[in-house]
Design a protein around this ligand. Structure first.
Ligand code: NAI
Ligand code: MG
Length: 337
């Protein structure tokens, strides 16, 4: 079956790592058709807006986008495109795998876990939901809804089930933030009963931080609210050696956007030394999502093998002597075999 997807090459190193990623996807014969759409600095120059309506329409039509990093201009009243996309498409699940790879400055081998972060409510609310009086007192609101909690916890369990994962850990602070975090925990317990074959664990967030650092192998899928998820997903990226290999997806009912977690790296743009792995791993996540997990696995396994055996083809940030193109070439050779 063929799928069509929207592709945003992105700013800075975006086009370089996207070209590398598409070469590998083509070599895998995934039957994907690409519609290239404008967003970011390029779109601003051409259309006077960071994310033109036509690009939003294309994402809506295809339902899937693969996205390179975008530069958000500082100042000038621009709001982050990522936040705009999340709000426009109600992308409620931020899904961040953390997998250890050889050659990274990873503290542990064999970490393979996923953080599922609620992406639309919690402590990160739209403007106008924070209060201050005379500048001496400030009040921020945490919003947790039954609908928001049910859908994120269900998403985490469905993901666990579809990937044969064994355990879901709900991370919370219900002992202190009793109403909002308490509601999230109550709902997590309710939903867990629908999935008797998957072990359910609850963990208070501060303990979860310690456990992740001391004994990360106990985790499989972690589900949590927005603020805790933001922090824990970066903690997990750090556990497996940093953002260079960290992919992420923002998933909603009608659209899903897959991207690298890192930014547009203007300091190395145009030098052809950007590591394409994070975007490739995002593409692998996209293939899982599209029902082609064996192709996603081929990318992950390819990266592992190339990192282990071909340092001459690997980018300098991973200790290699190659560049973006040679990394892609080595992967194409691996997956095309
Ligand atoms: P960054 O992630 O672009 O760069 C941080 C450091 O990591 C730099 O030294 C960079 O060279 C290195 N790096 C990043 N990706 C790399 C790769 N694939 N291979 C090798 N080295 C890599 O973060 P920074 O500098 O804070 O942000 C730059 C721009 O990116 C900003 O305009 C920011 O708004 C944007 N950004 C966009 C994101 C997105 O679209 N998802 C996410 C984060 C930042
Ligand atoms: Mg963050």
């Amino acid at each position: 079956m063929s799928h069509s997807i929207a592709v945003i090459k992105g700013d800075g190193i975006g086009p370089e790592i996207m070209d590398a990623t598409l070469r590998v996807l083509d070599a895998l014969d995934c039957g994907l058709e690409y519609e290239f759409i404008d967003a970011g600095l390029g779109a601003l120059e051409k259309h006077g807006t960071l994310i033109p309506q036509a690009s939003l329409d294309a994402i809506e039509k295809h339902g899937i986008a693969l996205k390179g990093p975008l530069t958000t201009p500082i100042g000038k009243g621009f709001s982050s495109i990522n936040v705009q996309l999340r709000r426009h498409f109600d992308l409620y699940a931020n899904v961040r795998p953390a997998i250890s790879f050889p050659g990274t400055r990873s503290r542990y081998d064999d970490i393979d876990m996923i953080t599922v972060r609620e992406n639309t409510e919690g402590a990160y609310l739209a403007d106008g939901q924070e209060y201050t009086d005379d500048g001496n007192t400030a009040l921020s609101v945490i919003k947790v809804t039954r609908k928001g909690s049910e859908r994120i916890v269900r998403y985490a369990f469905e993901l666990a089930r579809s990937q044969g994962r064994k355990k879901v850990t709900a991370v919370h602070k219900a002992n202190i933030i009793k109403t909002s975090s308490g509601l999230f925990l109550d709902i997590a317990r309710e939903i867990a009963e629908e999935y008797p074959e998957i072990e359910f664990q609850e963990m208070i967030v501060d303990n979860a931080c310690m456990q992740l650092v001391m004994n990360p192998h106990q985790f499989d899928v972690v589900v949590t609210t927005n603020l805790f998820g933001d922090i824990l997903s970066d903690l997990c990226a750090g556990l497996v050696g940093g953002l260079g290999l960290a992919p992420g997806a923002n998933i909603g009912e009608k659209a899903a956007i897959f991207e690298a977690v890192h930014g547009s790296a203007p300091d190395i743009a145009g030098k052809k030394i950007a590591n394409p792995c994070a975007l490739l791993l995002a593409a692998a996540q996209m293939l899982d999502h599209l029902g082609m997990p064996e192709k996603g696995t081929a990318i992950r396994q390819g990266i592992r093998t190339v990192l282990e055996t071909r340092s001459d083809m690997v980018t300098p940030d991973m200790g290699g002597t190659g560049n973006t193109d040679s990394f892609a070439e080595a992967l194409v050779e691996y997956v095309g075999r």
